[in-house]
Ligand binder design. Structure first.
Ligand code: TRP
Length: 445
């Protein structure tokens, strides 16, 4: 008996809230830095347009027609082999797995909001020491803030689609845009802004290799929240008669704009006050706080606001990572929302503790296999393997398994002449690209 639906604006904000996450503000700038800026950014933009946008529409279509949890939607929409297609829906487990480290990172951000009020590191070296101390010895701190993130996310989920998810996105998404927009405008007044623009948009094609290409495709998936049924689950609560193409356009547009705005702003600050476009995951936790330090009190204010925006981005994404499994237990097992939310929350909270421990001295030895800690394994298996596989399944499902006449009757009026391009992309371009990404990330090619 699920009647709660998103409003039009509510859906776009919630789906954009899912897409705009740590991927945009934490990951995108540092991988753009790692792969040399401009050329990488162009490849990423092309991937978003050619592949991301197509799969976004496909994923929305499955949810919108299925109207149920991901497993049931696949099962009901499959014309044949229902029992087998159902398993594509279990892809939603990837969301819970992602949460195992995502929630820990949100915990770090909470910690940085609190400490940035009074203290910023006076050098990159000091910033590095502080960050490593938290990572390798700060078990209690990490556990405390990870638990805070768990409570926040679980609470919102218990309140449901309207009173929880939509409401939170209505508040946090505009707040995030105002904070980032304000800091961006400030950045445009600095002398180094043009250096950041050059870095992000001037393509140096010699820096592009097949790894950069694969990373760009993988990131396009992660940042658009594709491949695990987050967008699908939200789309099950979309208003009837919605225009999927318009919705998908807004989500892709907001996600991409916010990634670029955040990147330009961060690089301007790093050129102006720091050490230039720093590389690696430490960018926002190490290089950036050291750059803010150089700005004096304004730096403290900016740091706190920045980490608040980052936390908001992470929290709105988190609920979308857990909601598919919550929905699954409600629809398939008749659980109450309260029971489903608390159970799923407890799952990622519990395994999150091991993700923390896998970086902590004295424990990490027991939680590292091969060259990767448990934390890194979860990141790798979900982003590198599960999401591309999920995307592949969705493209094949809409492109081949579903009745073409059914798909066409809904999508041609919305896509018009672009319908054939979209359908072709789902059938051929996307599967081939996904396949290449999976093989290459698994080290096979
Ligand atoms: N898109 C989010 C980010 O950029 C992460 C995310 C939320 C996600 N929901 C998802 C990734 C579903 C993959 C699938 O941080």
């Amino acid at each position: 008996m699920k009647v709660a639906r998103f409003s039009k604006m509510g859906f776009i904000l919630a789906a954009a809230g899912s897409a705009v996450g740590l991927g945009n503000i934490w990951k995108f700038p540092y991988i753009a830095g790692e792969y040399g800026g401009g050329a990488f950014v162009l490849v990423y933009l092309l991937t978003v347009l050619l592949i991301g946008f197509s799969i976004m529409i496909a994923e929305m279509l499955i949810g919108y027609l299925g109207r149920k949890d991901t497993v049931t939607s696949f099962e009901e929409l499959a014309p044949t082999h229902k029992g087998r297609w159902k398993f594509a829906g279990f892809q939603s487990l990837a969301g819970l797995f992602i949460m195992i480290f995502y929630s820990v990172v949100i915990g770090w951000i909470f910690n940085y909001i609190v400490t940035s009020v009074t203290t910023l590191p006076s050098s990159v070296k000091e910033a590095e020491t502080t960050f490593n101390a938290m990572l390798h010895t700060g078990f209690k701190t990490q556990l405390f803030y990870h638990t805070a993130a768990f409570i926040w996310i679980t609470y919102v989920l218990t309140k449901g689609i309207k009173g929880g998810i939509e409401k939170m996105n209505f508040i946090l998404m505009p707040a995030l845009m105002v904070i980032l927009g304000g800091m961006f405008i400030y950045a445009t007044t600095l002398d180094t802004f043009h250096q950041a623009v050059e870095f992000m948009f001037y393509p140096d094609w010699s820096k592009i290799n097949s790894t950069a290409f694969v990373v760009a495709v993988g990131h396009a998936f992660f940042t658009l929240s594709l491949g695990m049924g987050a967008i699908m689950t939200y789309s099950a609560s979309m208003e009837k008669g919605s225009n999927l193409v318009k919705n998908a356009f807004w989500v892709v547009f907001l996600d991409t704009t916010i990634a670029i705005v955040a990147g330009l702003m961060l690089f301007t600050f790093l050129y102006q006050y720091g050490s230039g476009p720093a590389k690696g995951p430490g960018l926002v936790f190490i290089s950036l706080p050291a750059a803010f330090y150089e700005m004096g009190v304004l730096g403290n204010i900016f740091a706190v606001l920045f980490f608040i925006a980052l936390a908001f981005a992470g929290l709105t994404s988190s609920v979308s990572l857990v909601e598919p499994m919550v929905q699954y237990f409600i629809d398939r097992f008749g659980w109450s929302r309260l029971k489903a939310s608390i159970s799923m929350g407890t799952f990622f909270w519990f395994f999150g503790i091991f993700a923390i421990l896998s970086n902590v001295d004295g424990y990490k030895e027991f939680l590292t296999w091969g060259s990767k800690s448990f934390f890194d394994w979860v990141d790798y298996v979900t982003a590198a393997i599960m999401l591309p596989l999920g995307g592949l399944a969705m493209a094949i499902f809409v492109g081949f398994a579903m009745d073409k006449s059914k798909v066409e009757s809904i999508m041609r009026p919305q896509l018009k002449w672009a319908f054939d391009i979209w359908y072709f992309s789902l059938r051929y371009i996307t599967p081939v690209a996904m396949f290449v990404v999976i093989l290459s990330l698994m080290g096979i090619i």
